[in-house]
Each structure stands twice: as structure tokens, then as C-alpha cells.
Design a protein around this ligand. Sequence first.
Ligand code: 13P
Ligand code: 13P
Ligand code: MG
Ligand code: MG
Length: 370
Amino acid sequence: MKITFSIIKADVGGWPGHVKVHPDLEKIAYKQLIGAQRSKILKDFHVTHCGDDLELIMTHTNGVDSKEVHELAWNTFLEATEKARDLGLYGAGQDILSDAFSGNVRGMGPGVAEMEFTERKAEPVIAFMMDKTEPGAFNYPIYKIFADPFNTAGLIIDPSIHDGFVFDVWDIKEHKNVKLKTPEEMYDLLALIGAKSRFVIKHVYPKKSSKLPSDEAAAVISTEKLYQIAGEYVGKDDPVAAVRAQSGLPAVGEVLEGFSHGHLVSGWMRGSHNGPLMPVSVEQAQCTRFDGPPRVTALGFQMHNGKLTEPVDLFDDPAFDYVRKQSQQITEYMRVHGPFEPHRLPMADMEYTTLPKVMKKLGKRFTNVK
Ligand code: 13P
Ligand code: 13P
Ligand code: MG
Ligand code: MG
């Protein structure tokens, strides 16, 4: 049976500031999605948050870009926005950038990661959710999971993944994409995805030689860029991803290993700073110090006939204490730089923040150097 796994998310108000989602908003989402499950639009769902982002994890048989499912998510975010306004939450309706729903939430503010695939006998799926960063933050871990033999032992020792994978990379400025195979095109892939603010991994596919269908994604990442929609800074794009695991794909532990480093990502305070990506439990997914540091959560499900088990909160484990400690040391080190690059993002990336307004004011005072 083909099932669609959809994660659709939006920041519709923070509590307080940009720290986390108020539980009343999650209650509204739960009520909406359980209604949709009863009326058979959804097979199953799970509502959660990462920082100030409300996350709808859904399974159904309507395929990607389904009008019904997108409309459900859109209406859920609208109702949650109303509640956020009633409660006086910060930035109520932050990611609701359009008035009228026209069949799809893409380009309207929310982030979307969806994939349709033939469910295997046992189907482990992990939902990753990040706050205070951008879609390119997934490049490093997704590359490690599917292409780095120092991360994923199976690339060397498991014949079912030894041939490697196909990466679908999107140029989010030029709106083009290119598919690159690993290991043979690994250097070309890295040449692109190292520039993470422009080239982002959208999908990873099994190769034709795999026992899995090569046109059904093994991983999908949201790539919406809010400033391109809004034309100004309205918060970061706080991405999500879904990754399938085991039996012809990296094992769950190989997938999680990709997040064991606390790599530097852009976002954090005012979407304007580089900092470490800290893997945390849902309980700890609240962005506090300097509105961060940027965080990632992971919920692991077994899916069966589209039904989801209760999730396992995968970073809620002492095995990730060390990377959390390391992320805090990096936080301390980066913060000492204050307004200096590379803690603050380079000028090109600051274009869609409030900095140009400050620069404009100073502009009049510049005179030509004699
Ligand atoms: P305010 O100017 O409303 O404080 O917003 C700053 C901020 O939180 C940037 O996202
Ligand atoms: P969010 O993108 O999570 O709303 O954060 C915005 C921000 O400016 C934090 O300082
Ligand atoms: Mg916010
Ligand atoms: Mg956020």
C-alpha cells in the first residue's frame, strides 16, 4: 500500500517571544486532526512542537500536495493563530503570509516535507524538526547519513546500500534542481551543498540497483524560504525532514548518528547568527539562551498500514548528552564574538534582516575617500 507521510509546520505565535509553542495551540491542532482522522482524510497523526514551531505529522493516502491535507493544515494554523491572538502570544500568525488558500500551503508561509512510498513490512520513519535555523542545516546530517561511510557503517558492510544513493539538490535562488549520485559524484555534491544557504538537499532516493523503488524517496526536507515569500525578515525557515530507515536504508542509529556533532548552522538570535545545532528531547525543545541555541528534535515511529505507533523521543537519551555539552561549549565560544562575524552572518545573508535599515541611516554620512 502507498502511504504519504506529511510534516507541515508553522510558527503561529511564540510563548514568550520566540521560545516555544503554547499548549493551547497544540490542543487546537489535535482537535482538528482527530476530526480529520474520523472523517478519513488522515490515517493517523501526531501533533508536537519544536521551539515556537507547531508541527503536524500526518499519514494518509492522498499523495503529496493533496489539497485536502494542505487545507486541513492551513485551517489548523488559522484557528491556532486566532487562539494565539486571544492569548496575546508573540508574533501571532508569524508564518501565515497569505490571506487566501489556493490549493496548496507551499509558498504561503508554512514548511512542508512530504513523501509517498510503498509501505514495507516494517517501516521505521523518523520526523526531524528544527527551530532557529534554515533548510540548509539538514545538508550536513543528511549527507553524512546517506553518503559518509564514517557515519553509516552499512555503506561499507551492507550489500543492500553499498551502491549508495541519489541526492536531489535544489538551488533555492535560481529555482532549479540537479540529481547527483553517491559515491561517484560525491565531490560534486559537496561542492554544492557546502553552500548551504543556496543549495539544499530536497530528497534522497534509493538507486535503481536497490531492492526499494528508486522513485520513492527515502528522505525529504522542507525548503521553504520565508524571506522569498514575504520579501522581508519574518523569522527563520525552521525546517523539518522525514527520514525512513532500515532494510535497504541506513539503520535508525546511523540516521541519528548524523546529528552527533553539533555542527554550525545559521539562524539563532534574529535569524542573524551562526551557532551549533543541539539535538534535544521534545521537553527540552525550547529556545532560551540568545533565543537558542538552534535545536533539533527527532520522533521515531513504526508505521503499519499508515498507522503510527506512539513516537519514541529519540534524542531523549544520555547518549546525546555529550553533543549537548559540546554545543554549549560552542555556544559560549561563539557568543564571545558578539556582533562580529562569523558569529553574526555575513552581509549577503543579512540582506533580509533589519540590518539594512541601520545601514541606510548611516549611508548619508559616508563621504568619498580622498
Ligand atoms: P521585536 O522588534 O518585535 O522585538 O522583534 C525582534 C525579534 O524577535 C526578531 O525576530
Ligand atoms: P523564529 O524563526 O523561530 O520565529 O525565531 C525568530 C527570531 O528572530 C529569534 O530571535
Ligand atoms: Mg517565532
Ligand atoms: Mg521558530
